[in-house]
Design a protein around this ligand. Structure first.
Ligand SMILES: O=C(O)C(=O)C[C@H](O)[C@H](O)COP(=O)(O)O
Length: 218
């Protein structure tokens, strides 16, 4: 049984519309970063399936989130296969993110009632994602398609929930541009985690970004 319904997850993601995209092979380090994100006000965390021990680290993060970060969603990213989708869902993943769109992952997510966020970069793929039941459609890589793509897409597809990831920068200028173009959520990895040694300063940076995004949505 998923911890949250798709509707609940959509609401949480849209309420705190910055999704940190993170991988680290060390559990204690990953927990420290996750906690810092939570303290900055984030309520969604995407851990990526990018290393040999990603499954072990993810499995250790889930009880940590349940104990220390109430209300925080923990999802898994970089999923390509049905097998991986299945095992991470069994380990408690609240949602599944893909760099691309594969129908077998859509099917596993549908069978479990787990929200599915496929990666797309054409209008046809966005349409296919909505037809296959995507909770939120990810546009990836954002820095390649650019905000102009989102703006144009909003003509024929005004209401599809869209998350952009890939090269998104944690600056007011960049966030203003993406949200003005019409995204509902931004995902950030490498740019967001450039400087995290001082976790307190990192939490503060996140809080400021969230506050800024809140002003954009008004
Ligand atoms: O693999 C996935 O499922 C993903 O979600 C891809 C990530 O969104 C990007 O790799 C983040 O890109 P950067 O912000 O440029 O580091």
């Amino acid at each position: 049984m998923p911890r949250y319904s798709t509707a609940a997850i959509q609401q949480i993601v849209l309420d705190t519309p910055i999704v940190p995209v993170f991988f680290h092979a060390d559990v204690a380090y990953a927990q420290r970063i996750l906690q810092a994100c939570y303290e900055g006000g984030l309520r969604v965390f995407e851990f990526t399936n990018r290393g040999a021990n990603a499954f072990e680290v993810f499995s250790a993060l889930m009880p940590f989130v349940q104990k220390n970060c109430p209300g925080m969603l923990l999802g898994i990213g970089t999923i390509y296969t049905a097998e991986d989708a299945e095992r991470f869902i069994q380990a408690g993943a609240d949602f599944v993110v893909q760099p691309c769109l594969t129908t077998e992952v859509a099917e596993v997510c549908r069978n479990h009632g787990t929200p599915w966020l496929p990666g797309t970069m054409t209008v046809g793929e966005v349409y296919q994602a909505t037809k296959l039941g995507a909770a939120i459609v990810k546009i990836f890589p954002g820095n390649v398609v650019g905000p102009g793509f989102i703006k144009s897409l909003r003509g024929p597809m005004p209401t599809v929930p869209l998350m952009v990831t890939g090269g998104v920068e944690p600056t007011e200028e960049s966030l203003r541009e993406w949200f003005a173009a019409g995204v509902n959520v931004v995902g950030m990895g490498s740019q967001l985690f450039k400087n995290v040694d001082d976790t307190q300063a990192f939490s503060q940076q996140i809080a400021q970004l969230l506050e800024f995004v809140g002003t954009l949505k008004k």
